[in-house]
Ligand binder design. Structure first.
Ligand SMILES: CSC[C@@H](O)[C@@H](O)C(=O)COP(=O)(O)O
Length: 367
C-alpha cells in the first residue's frame, strides 16, 4: 500500500543491492525507516524484537531469512540450524512454522548447489501468495460490508471495530482485517473504523497511520472503549486478524481480542476474523489448552514508547517504581464467539466442519 504516495510492500528483495529490505516497524507510526537484513542473526532479531510483526509477515520474513542463509551455506546442517534459530523467535503465530516447514520440504530434496536460488525463489512465491490471499480476503469481506451498507440509510457509514494491526504492515501487502476496508473505500462505501489502541505495543497506532494514509475515516480509541461503543449501537461489525486458528475454529490473536468478542456477542454485533489459510493450524483442536501464548518483556507494559514533545521517539515509565509488569501477548477467542472466518476462498463457519468444507485439500496438513 502507499506511504506518502509511494507503493511499498512490508518486505521486498532489492535486486540492485541483492538485499532483503524491510520497514523497521519499531518506529511506526512516528518514523518511517527502511533497513536491510543481511544475516540469519539479523532476521532472527528482526522477528523476535518486532522490527517486523504480524503473522503473515513473520512467515514471509522467515522464508527470506532461510534464503539468505542458504546463499551463505546450503548444507543440510545450515538449513536445520536456520529452521531452529528462526522458529524460536516467536511462539504464537503459526505462519512462522508454516513457512519454515515449506522451505525445508522444498529445499532438502534438491542438490546443495541448487538450494540458494530455489530458496530465494520460494521466498518470493510465499510473499506474492500472501499478497494475493489478502486481496481475496478483502473481496470476500467486502461482500459483508456491502450487505451491512445496504441496510443503512444512504450515506451513513458502516462502522467497523478492529483490534491490533492486521493491516498491510502485518502482512506483505493489503493486510487481512484491513483489506475489506480498503476494498470498501475504493468502492465508495462510506466506512468509519474504530481502532483499538492495543496496549502495550500500540499496534492500533499503526492501523490508524495506515488508514489515515489512505484517507479512511477512523478514530483511535482506548482498548476498553469497544464494549461501550457496542452498547450504544455504534459498531456494525468487528473484524480482527489472527495469529493461529485451530482446525476447530478457535482464534488466537492479540491480547484483548477475546474481550471484544465477548462484548460483541452480548450486544449482537457480528464478530468476524480475517483468516489466511497459512494461519490455520490443522494440528490443534483446543486453542485455549494447546496454543502457546507468548509472554513478552514486562518493560513493554511498565513503559510506553512514543513521540515525545520535542519530536524524538522515546520511552516514559507509566508503572510505579518497583511494580512488576505482566505481558501475555495473545489470547484465544473460542469458535462459538466467532460469526465467520473470512478466508481467501470465502467466509467459513468457525467450526471444524466449516474449515474442512472450505479447505478440503488442506485439512489435516501437518504444521
Ligand atoms: C494480519 S496479522 C494478524 C495478527 O498477526 C495481528 O492481529 C497480531 O496479533 C499481530 O501481533 P504482533 O505481536 O504485532 O506480531
Amino acid at each position: 500500500m502507499k506511504v506518502n504516495g509511494t507503493h511499498y510492500r512490508s518486505i521486498w528483495f532489492d535486486h540492485d543491492l541483492s538485499e532483503v529490505r524491510i520497514i523497521d516497524q519499531r518506529w511506526l507510526p512516528h518514523r518511517f525507516e527502511v533497513v536491510s537484513l543481511t544475516t540469519l542473526d539479523a532476521f532472527a532479531t528482526a522477528i523476535r524484537d518486532m522490527w517486523v510483526r504480524g503473522a503473515p509477515l513473520i512467515g514471509a520474513t522467515a522464508a527470506y531469512g532461510m534464503a539468505i542463509e542458504m546463499a551463505r551455506d546450503a548444507s543440510d546442517a545450515a538449513m536445520n540450524h536456520a529452521w531452529d534459530k528462526l522458529h524460536t523467535t516467536r511462539p504464537t503465530a503459526i505462519n512462522l512454522k508454516w513457512a519454515l516447514d515449506r522451505c525445508r520440504a522444498a529445499l532438502l530434496p534438491l542438490p546443495v548447489d541448487e538450494r540458494a536460488g530455489a530458496a530465494l525463489q520460494l521466498a518470493h512465491e510465499i510473499a506474492d501468495e500472501d499478497v494475493e490471499i489478502n486481496r481475496n480476503i478483502g473481496l470476500n469481506g467486502l461482500e459483508i460490508i456491502r450487505q451491512i451498507a445496504a441496510r443503512k440509510p444512504a450515506g451513513e457509514p458502516v462502522r467497523l471495530l478492529t483490534h491490533c494491526n492486521a493491516g498491510w504492515p502485518a502482512t506483505v501487502d493489503w493486510g487481512t482485517a484491513t483489506s475489506p476496508m480498503y476494498h470498501a473505500f475504493e468502492e465508495g462505501i462510506p466506512i468509519h473504523v474504530w481502532v483499538d489502541e492495543t496496549r502495550p505495543r500500540n499496534q492500533g497506532a499503526m492501523t490508524s497511520w495506515e488508514l489515515g494514509s489512505h484517507g479512511i475515516s477512523h478514530s483511535y480509541i482506548t482498548d476498553n472503549a469497544g464494549g461501550h461503543l457496542m452498547q450504544q449501537g455504534m459498531v456494525d461489525m468487528v473484524i480482527t486478524g489472527t495469529d493461529r486458528t485451530t482446525a476447530t475454529g478457535d482464534v488466537c490473536n492479540k491480547i484483548g481480542t477475546y474481550l471484544k468478542a465477548l462484548a460483541a456477542r452480548d450486544n449482537g454485533v457480528p464478530f468476524y476474523v480475517a483468516l489466511p489459510s497459512p494461519t490455520i493450524d490443522w494440528t490443534v483442536r483446543d486453542g485455549v489448552a494447546e496454543i502457546p501464548i507468548e509472554d513478552r518483556p514486562e518493560r513493554e507494559v511498565t513503559f510506553a514508547l512514543g513521540k515525545l514533545t520535542d519530536g524524538t521517539i522515546g520511552e516514559v515509565q507509566v508503572a510505579p517504581d518497583g511494580s512488576p509488569g505482566g505481558n501475555p501477548a495473545f489470547d484465544v477467542t473460542p469458535a462459538r464467539l466467532v460469526t465467520g472466518l473470512i478466508t481467501e476462498r470465502g467466509v467459513a463457519e468457525a467450526s471444524e466442519a466449516g474449515l474442512a468444507k472450505m479447505f478440503p485439500d488442506l485439512k489435516g496438513r501437518a504444521q
